[in-house]
Design a protein around this ligand. Structure first.
Ligand SMILES: Cc1cc2nc3c(=O)[nH]c(=O)nc-3n(C[C@H](O)[C@H](O)[C@H](O)COP(=O)(O)OP(=O)(O)OC[C@H]3O[C@@H](n4cnc5c(N)ncnc54)[C@H](O)[C@@H]3O)c2cc1C
Length: 439
């Protein structure tokens, strides 16, 4: 299993730029043995490493990360830790499955909150809940449908119309929104860095240490890095979409990028329209191809939208001007009176999707386990599935683990190239066009 592409940091991540410089990275520059090798220090890998170290305190865990913690997708998202099942999972009549997904996601929110509080991780953690917003007729159709699904699911919510929303969202752009409590909002780069700094003592974390080759040798997993090597009895994969490079789910994951832009801090005067407490919020689009908006506790507005198919996990940086322009249009449509407020950063992050919207959790080889394809809800799903992956691998038995196995499946096989690229790009273009009024 030879890897060919390793993650790159495009140095554009606005959240990461707000953090102080980290201590120099601990790079692996030797040959070492471990009981457990975890690849990737995003939400999944961090949770897996933590849990396996707790369950096996006498064993050595090595966690390898290609970048600095916080530079990957887990530090690049819009910072929603969502308790509700993903929109696709809310469809259908299998109420028991939805309840399992909800319980798992709530477990993730609770686990992260416990760690944030226990270790005093300064990441703006807030149980602010989230709004699902509709701009026009198309969005309202999606919103009505979402409302029906919440009702059937017996999930409490509040519907707000434009008048009630405008002091919260600081704009009259939205026709209506549905508010659900329990989603947490946070600064993702700060959170994952904090999680990395507070791992148990039996986890050795190496950053700037990409695995460039992964093989099975004499009954052990052997990971080669630019300056060293790890031989380990067990392998836990938290490398999400990059796991394709080691041959896992190679033809079942879709590498997709989505993008965000962040403004500078708003002044007191600019904050005027956001008159309703708590003066920060998170809004996801009712139409899934629409725009996510956040006002952070430090008074920055964030816009997220647009998707690209990225077989090499990064976009052409020259595309960013176009993406930023699209964000600008979405921003100014919502906040015309803030047209003078510049973006300080525009960035993208690579995620794994699947054609049948199914996530993967389970064994992928001898003493090897993987969790991935978290669609766009990896903060919660990565956290809970990483923890439970460690439980599966160590032979634990728990209700949560049984639920996770029950809700996971096999991502659908992709068609061969060039049909895959053509198909995905066409679908994305069609979705972007159909949803332009919600952007
Ligand atoms: C702009 C944007 C907004 C988003 N908003 C949200 C949101 O609000 N809420 C939400 O839940 N989700 C959101 N997502 C999705 C979410 O970020 C992902 O689902 C989540 O990061 C997946 O976590 P993970 O740990 O499984 O994978 P990743 O975060 O991708 O972590 C994998 C890690 O593995 C490392 N790695 C890969 N290959 C190697 C190698 N060869 N050697 C060593 N290390 C390696 C990578 O560097 C990376 O750090 C968003 C994504 C983007 C891009």
């Amino acid at each position: 299993m030879t890897r060919s592409i390793i993650p790159q940091d495009d140095k554009c991540n606005g959240w990461y730029q707000l953090l102080s410089d980290p201590a120099p990275p601990n790079r692996l520059n030797t040959h070492t043995d471990a009981d457990w090798l975890v690849i990737g220090a995003g939400f999944t890998g961090l949770a897996a490493a933590r849990r396996v170290a707790e369950l096996r305190p006498g064993e050595r865990v090595v966690l390898l990360e290609a970048l600095r913690i916080g530079q990957g997708a887990s530090g690049r998202n819009t910072g929603f830790v969502i308790d509700l099942p993903h929109k696709r999972d809310l469809e259908g009549d299998d109420l028991a499955r939805k309840q399992k997904l909800l319980a798992l996601n709530r477990g993730a929110v609770d686990d992260l909150e416990t760690l944030v509080q226990r270790h005093g991780i300064d990441c703006g953690w807030s149980r602010a809940g989230k709004y699902q917003g509709a701009v026009g007729e198309r969005g309202l159709k999606y919103l009505d449908h979402y409302e029906r699904l919440l009702k059937e699911f017996d999930y409490p919510y509040r519907r707000l119309e434009c008048e009630d929303l405008s002091p919260i969202l600081g704009t009259r752009h939205y026709a209506a929104a549905i508010y659900t409590a329990n989603t947490a909002l946070m600064q993702p780069a700060a959170l994952v860095r904090g999680l990395g700094e507070t791992l148990p003592d039996n986890v050795d974390l190496y950053e700037h240490t990409p695995v460039v080759n992964l093989t099975r040798l004499d009954g052990q997993w052997c990971a080669t890095t630019p300056e060293g090597e790890v031989r380990a009895t067990n392998l836990l994969l938290g490398s999400n979409i990059y796991s394709r490079e080691f041959g896992f789910l190679r033809h079942r994951m879709l590498p997709v990028m989505t993008f965000a832009s962040m403004t500078r801090t708003l002044t007191d005067e600019e904050m005027g329209p956001f008159s309703a407490a708590p003066h920060h919020f998170g809004l996801t689009p009712a139409d899934h191809a629409g725009t996510t908006v956040r006002l952070t506790p430090d008074r920055r507005l964030i816009i997220r939208n647009q998707y690209r198919f990225v077989p090499r996990y990064h976009d052409d940086l020259s595309e960013r001007t176009r993406i930023r322009q699209g964000h600008r249009e979405s921003f100014e449509a919502r906040y015309p009176e803030l047209a003078q407020v510049p973006f300080e950063a525009t960035w993208g992050g690579a995620c794994g999707l699947s054609r049948n919207y199914t996530a993967f959790f389970g064994r992928v080889g001898d003493n090897a386990w993987m969790s991935g394809v978290h669609q766009s809800v990896g903060a919660a799903r990565g956290t809970i599935s990483g923890k439970l992956l460690a439980e599966l691998a160590t032979g634990q038995d728990s209700r949560q683990l049984a639920d996770m196995l029950a809700v996971s499946g096999k991502p659908a096989l992709n068609p061969p190239e060039p049909f895959l690229s053509l198909g995905v790009k066409t679908r994305m273009r069609q979705a972007a066009w159909a949803s332009r009024s919600e952007l």
